[in-house]
Design a protein around this ligand. Sequence first.
Ligand code: FES
Length: 355
Amino acid sequence: MNSESNNEALNWAQAPVWEKGSVELICQQVIRETADISTFVFQTEQKTRFQFKPGQFITLIQEIDGEKVYRSYSMSSTPSRPYTLNLTIQRVEGGKMSNWLFENLKPGSRIQATGPDGVFNIVDIPAKKVLFISASSGITPVMSMSRWLLDTCADADIRFLHCAASESGVVFRRELELLDAQHDNFNLSTVLDDRDGLLNQEMLQQLVPDLHSRDLFICGSPGYINAVREMVESAGFNMDQFHQEFFNADTIKEIEERTEGATDAEVAEGFEVKLEKTGAAVTVDPSELLVDVLQGQGAPVIAACRAGVCGACKVQILDGEVDSSSQMTLTPEEIEQGYVLSCSCRAKSDLSVNI
Ligand code: FES
């Protein structure tokens, strides 16, 4: 090795660590994985080592058609290979951010991001015997976890079950097959079905006979997750070992439906929402989502998924009551301390809010 490449290697090894906050990402490469899923490989201007918990997500921020759009995506890369941050993204029909990314993000393009966030990760939920179940681009967080566990030679027994409509729709197929061939503790099954790889009870029992002794991590559409949840629950699975992450267009659709329903809600006199830090106060209609109220006041709250799944919009209620439809990413301690997901709640009384 000559001294120039020696120095280059040293520069990378000594690169500063990014572990929290805003960051400008620069696209290095776009890898086509399937017909509608690509991996975007990012670095930053200065050499950076990316640090996050495998399974976490980052929120991309982009102005599209005059509107600031926030979307959260799980990292598919692993912090055990910290020199790039990879996002594997599905192009969603009508999806503002995903279509923008597929049309605009080329090597050299820049995009703002913030994070990492998320409690669906293998550090906060340490488990040795795991069952990873994913469908379509829901594979990203469990791929990151698998890469991490295998790279670090963790004492882990990984059963990896991926569902797709067809063989060509299996994301990371060649890598998964290689991991299966190379590691005794990584066992892969793919379920192909044109109904998005629907699993059934019998199939699950055959593929994972020791299901009950595993921690189950699942990522996919809400419909898919709920179907698997009901299936394992009815088989007597201990639901404390069931860990889920929703991420896709269906989720967005769900919140839109919830929001539409809310406009029919009975309109009361209105409540006062006060920002503790600035003292600013505003009277709100009880049908308004708290996140919209706060953003309307210029408060620095991020609405990434707007579906109660990413946790980006978390705020603390110091005083007052809210009606909440999701607490998905909150820990019991945070709930105890009054934290809520502002995209998923509305005022039920006057509120004092800490951001
Ligand atoms: S914006 Fe994602 S949980 Fe509220």
